[in-house]
Design a protein around this ligand. Structure first.
Ligand code: GLC
Length: 794
């Protein structure tokens, strides 16, 4: 029997944690899978609902859906019908929601599989996106478990969007879609004669959508439909569409329809017999891709089989080069599989979840996410860094986010965005020692170009130009916490968190400036470093913790003087992370974190939550108290608590701060948690909420990469430095040890940590390939070989 991990009444982890199996369709919220190949993406919930897009989910949606987490009722659906009895159901639970004999959904890395048994017919539907092509496959196998022959048909159904979504003026956009049927290819093709972008003269509404979408079947189709009214019936529903009462589909197509795609295939099965049918959906660019070639290449049973293996290979390259094995099964599962997958498939590629649809890259967001590539594919992190550098203006400021297809986005007055460029570049260089990245020449948005070093420097110099008279960086429109959106609009209010963040960056960046003999800048930076430390400690210390900010009106934010929002998480953590706090203050500040912020489900972003909107602070105060940034556990920041506690050598609390936000651990109170146990949530409700502990905004959150990083760098303590790989675990003392296999600069390290003495930290001995070494920094080998590192704690 296969081991079921973290089993709840809705499902469990299987296959060592690599897959999550859902056994009950009535999960508290849709539990989804975001599947992307970096270009073409789809999201599919455990009910079978979801949608597809190419490039980005906002500007290039292929199929329609609406955000409705309660009904979860939009999808690319598949009906199964018994032609004799007229009974029908669906391959997934939605839309028909029939009584079933068995229901099981497997969400895997790059695919989902639906098993549904109704009326003695077993259907297995595998859905996935083909690597390197803009095509998704639905492979459906029907098996007759009855004791007689069964005559069935399968009917697909979904709506086309073909461009911007939401298309608020649906009736207008509908007029431009032209769905046609290609009998020879058993395929529906759809064009849209209205594109989402302006032409070269900047004129809107006079171009065509640049793709041809298609939906094809591997079998001869009995009938097809391109018109919604003909399929659903006027005032009808997906649950019980008129099409299921008709012998076959009406076959309407063309420019006067309300465009959908539906293909119907007949399947007769003898007792015990199975048959597989493959459907594809995709979108070919009109310039350089041929729709007929894509249809022919992928719409067959053999191609589906082959491509499913390709999917596994494809993901293995991103997932399998790194593996931990610790006594904490939740940490293993999340680190080895799901956090990497979530960060890459959803955050960096798909950029869409059920709770949030993004049409672009966030300047700071995907830069942070790209750290997930550092171990396995550092070249992709490099590419992401250079891409973000190109979204900067000569003055050093950047776009807060930009559209990924044609670019463009809001020029930010936010104080931290730009600084993530040097911060993440430093992380890249620590992993790879590839200092040459600083010499890459990258354009500015408003003309001209410069090296990445210069881009980083301009970001820093821009920050230097926005200091308060007492030497603290100004808040501007907000800092990392977007919701502090009114604190400093007049460039008077300060951010103590930005002060710490900048300090941390400068301490590393000054070394690069020194190497490059940029002495004038080094001198300036040395001064700033010194003054910042003094100023933060002088003006930012509130007695038991550090302030978050001051407003344009010079009111304190995050102070004991405040009634609400007395203490914020980030300034305490980053006081430790940056090193601006001396030992005493670090201890006092982190004790305050433990006392006020570290609660049952992780560290709260602030306490107490704001109960009334505050025009001088911003929209954070407008969320219900305890929700999202307003005093909930904001998972992204909550991961940094692990880092700070580990720096304090408080292994127990570092582990607690981790364990409480590690999603599989919430399987035991899953009805309270509600979210998927296999991906991180953006937030979970704080204690003041009536839904304390409820997870929300799953998948599309910057917390996934960070949860991976704090576990490996700060609990397991294996982190790259310029001169080698540091081994400095900070683990629960009960642990007997752990192993960790990872790549580092062209070699593989198999690290085995032994903790027979049951300590939390402190490396006693290290043997590299059998030879004892001094200290705890492992040299780089760069020899494509495997090296064994034995570490003894004590
Ligand atoms: C959202 C934003 C991220 C920001 C965070 C905190 O997740 O995408 O950039 O830092 O909220 O406000």
């Amino acid at each position: 029997m296969e081991k079921k991990l973290f089993e709840s009444k809705y499902g469990y982890f299987a296959n060592g944690g690599r897959e999550y199996v859902i056994t009950n369709p009535k999960t508290p919220r849709p539990w989804v899978n975001v599947i992307s190949n970096g270009d073409y993406s789809m999201i599919v919930s455990h009910t079978g609902s979801g949608y597809s897009w190419r490039g980005n989910a906002g500007q290039n949606r292929i199929t329609r859906s609406f955000q409705d987490l309660i009904k979860d009722s939009w999808g690319k659906y598949v009906y199964i019908r018994d032609i004799d009895s007229k009974k029908f159901w669906s391959a997934a639970w939605k839309p028909v929601m029939a009584e079933y004999q068995e229901y099981e959904v497997v969400h895997g890395i790059g695919y989902s599989i639906f098993k549904h048994k109704v009326d003695n017919i077993l259907s297995t539907m595998k859905v996935f996106v083909v690597p390197n092509y803009p095509v998704e496959i639905m492979e459906i196998t029907l098996t007759n478990l009855d004791d007689k022959k069964r005559n069935l048909d399968i009917t697909t159904y979904f709506e086309w969007v073909l461009g911007n979504f939401p298309d608020e003026h649906r009736e207008f956009h509908k007029l431009f879609i032209n769905p046609t049927f290609d009998e020879g290819k058993n395929a529906i093709k759809a064009e849209k004669y209205l594109g989402q972008f302006a032409d070269e003269k900047g004129r809107h509404n006079n171009t065509s959508w640049e793709y041809i979408a298609f939906h094809a079947a591997s079998e001869r189709v009995k009938s097809f439909e391109c018109d919604k009214e003909s399929f659903i019936g006027m005032y009808g529903s997906e649950q019980n569409p008129q099409a299921m009462q008709m012998e076959k589909l009406m076959g309407r197509w063309g420019r006067f329809t309300d465009a959908i795609a539906s293909l119907q295939v007949e399947v007769s099965l003898d007792k015990g017999q199975s048959k597989t049918i493959v459907f594809t959906i995709g979108a070919a660019h009109i310039k350089d891709e041929k729709v007929d070639e894509l249809i022919a290449k992928f719409t067959s049973v053999e191609a589906a089989k082959e491509q499913f293996e390709e999917v596994k290979k494809f993901w293995s390259e991103f997932i399998d080069t790194e593996e931990i094995n610790t006594p904490d099964e939740a940490m293993n599962i999340m680190t080895n599989y799901w956090l990497k997958y979530q960060s890459i498939s959803c955050r960096l590629w798909g950029k869409s979840g059920y709770y949030q649809v993004s049409a672009g890259y966030g300047y700071r967001d995907q830069l942070q996410d790209s750290q997930i590539f550092l171990i396995n594919k550092p070249e992709l992190a490099r590419r992401q860094i250079l891409l973000h550098a190109s979204q900067q203006f000569n003055e050093g400021d950047v776009l807060h986010w930009w559209f990924t297809i044609r670019g463009g986005g809001p020029r930010t007055r936010c104080s931290d965005d730009l600084l993530w460029l040097p911060f993440i570049t430093d992380a890249y260089v620590k992993e790879t020692k590839d200092f040459s990245i600083y010499d890459e020449v990258v354009p500015f948005l408003d003309g001209g170009e410069a090296t990445l070093y210069e881009h980083c420097k301009r970001a820093i110099e821009r920050a230097y130009s926005k200091f308060s008279p007492r030497g603290i960086p100004l808040m501007g429109d907000h800092d990392w916490n977007d919701g502090l959106s009114a604190v400093g609009n007049e460039w008077k209010g300060e951010s103590f968190w930005v002060a710490e963040f900048l300090y941390k960056i400068l301490v590393d960046f000054i070394k690069v400036s020194e190497m490059r003999e940029d002495y004038k800048f080094v001198e300036k930076t040395r001064d700033v470093i010194e003054n910042l430390k003094e100023a933060i400690n002088k003006y930012g210390w509130d007695g038991e913790w550090y302030l978050q900010a001051t407003t344009d009106g010079w009111e304190k934010v995050g102070s004991k003087e405040n009634e609400e929002g007395k203490i914020f998480l980030n300034p305490q953590l980053w006081a430790v992370i940056s090193g601006i706090a001396d030992d005493d203050r670090a201890k006092i500040a982190m004790d305050s974190v433990t006392k006020y912020l570290l609660k049952d489900y992780g560290a709260l972003l602030l306490y107490p939550a704001y109960t009334k909107p505050r025009t001088d602070i911003g929209y954070i105060t407008r969320y219900a108290p305890g929700l999202r940034e307003n005093g909930g556990v904001y998972t992204h920041a909550a991961t940094w608590a692990v880092w700070a506690y580990a720096l304090m050598k408080d292994a127990e609390l570092a582990y607690e701060a981790y364990r409480r936000i590690c999603p599989p651990n919430r399987s035991k109170d899953i009805d309270k948690y509600m979210g998927e146990p296999y991906v991180t949530p953006g937030n979970s409700d704080g204690p003041i909420s009536p839904y304390y502990g409820r997870g929300g905004w799953t998948w599309y959150t910057g917390s996934s990469q960070w949860l991976h990083r704090v576990a490996t760098h700060w609990i397991l303590g294996v982190r790259p430095e310029i001169d080698g790989l540091r081994i400095d675990p900070c683990i629960p003392k009960e642990w007997d040890g752990f192993t960790y296999r990872r790549k580092f600069r062209g070699a593989t390290y198999v690290i085995e940590v032994e903790n027979k003495n049951h300590v939390s930290y402190g490396v006693k001995e290290i043997y590299v390939d059998g030879k004892a070494i001094e200290g705890n920094l492992i040299p780089e080998f760069n020899d494509e070989k495997e090296h064994h590192v034995k570490v003894i704690l004590g």
